[in-house]
Structure formats: C-alpha cells, structure tokens
Write a protein that binds this ligand. Sequence first.
Ligand code: GDP
Length: 199
Amino acid sequence: MKIHTAEFVISAPTVEKCPAADRPEYAFIGRSNVGKSSLINMLTGRKGLAKTSSMPGKTLLINHFLINESWYLVDLPGYGYARRSKAQQEELTRMIKSYVCERENLTCLFLLIDSRHKPQNIDIEFIRFLGENGIPFAIVFTKADKNRSGELKRNVKGFLDKMSEEWEELPPHFVTSSAHSDGREELLDYIDEVNRSLN
Ligand code: GDP
C-alpha cells in the first residue's frame, strides 16, 4: 500500500472524545521508548508525524491520524514508564483498557515489542488482557537493526515460544527496523489486506 496522505486529526484524552468510529482503525501501543513514534513515522513516511519522545511517557493522549482518507492510524500512549506516579499509571491503564475494549472500529491493535529484550511481564500481562477480551492484535518487533547477528531470531523465537505457553494459535507478527525501513511493506500490506477484507 502506498501512503498518499497522512493527516493529524485530534488528540483525545478519552475514548469518548475520539472521532466518529466510521472507518477501520489500527492502533499502535507498547512500552515507553519501544520505538512507537519512529515506527509510525517510518510507516507513514512523515518524519514528524508522531512526536519521538524526548521525555518518554509524557503524553497521555489518544492521537488519531487519517491515512489515505480511508483509515485511522492511532498512536496510543506508551505504558510502563517507571518515572510516572502511581496515580498517573493507574489513569493510563484505565484509559488504554477502555479505548481497547470500547472502540468499536478498532480493527487491529499492533503491540510493539523491543526485539532486543527477553519477554517482559508487563507485555505478557497486556497480551493476556487482550486475549481475555477478544481484542484482535498483532505483534510488531522493533529495533531489529540493534541486534547482534543471531540475536534477533533468538529473541523473536523466545518471545513467540513464551506466548505459545498460553496461546494455541499465535497472532501475526512483524519484524521491523525504523532505522532501515525494514518491515514497512509487510505491515502496510497487512493493513491493506485487512481493509480489503472488510469491504
Ligand atoms: P517511543 O517512546 O516508543 O515513541 O519511542 P521512539 O520512537 O521515540 O524511540 C525511542 C528511541 O529509540 C529513539 O532514540 C529512537 O531513535 C530509537 N529507535 C526507535 N526505533 C529504532 C530503530 O528501528 N532502530 C534504531 N537503531 N533505533 C530506533
């Protein structure tokens, strides 16, 4: 899929303030600093579309972008930022869970996982929550270029093996590097394919 247009629409503090749920929506989420803004900018080919975080974990807003005048790309706040207060973390968790469960046009949630790390509890617990609530999702491994040779495959397999302990069938997964634009076509083609299947 080619990206012809990518426009910022609105930053909403709650799911109720989001735009009308009148087109397919693909949201991106992951731990703070996972590479979410870089991935969104790489996918859309617009450098400054999502703000890369000089202060990780700062924004608590649901950011909508309209792509090709036909589907929404949503940038959700990063979770698991250690320096957030407990009250802020709870508010964030509430907001993310309500968006994910109540947004009726959410077509696929892309959960970003840093490909350099061993499976983290916070991600595994979030995946469990998605499963329990029947949310359609896919895994996007980020920062592939930052691995030493052999490590990338091992880490991706390690994460999927960990998921297999609880899941009979694994969701789709993508391996990406925003620095090298790896995985861009695969991800955009997947979105395109899902969009076509909805028509
Ligand atoms: P966010 O907090 O999840 O939005 O993460 P950012 O997109 O701001 O990225 C966090 C840091 O990781 C920044 O310093 C990025 O330049 C870096 N980064 C993100 N993606 C990649 C990647 O694919 N490769 C490399 N080498 N660095 C990346």
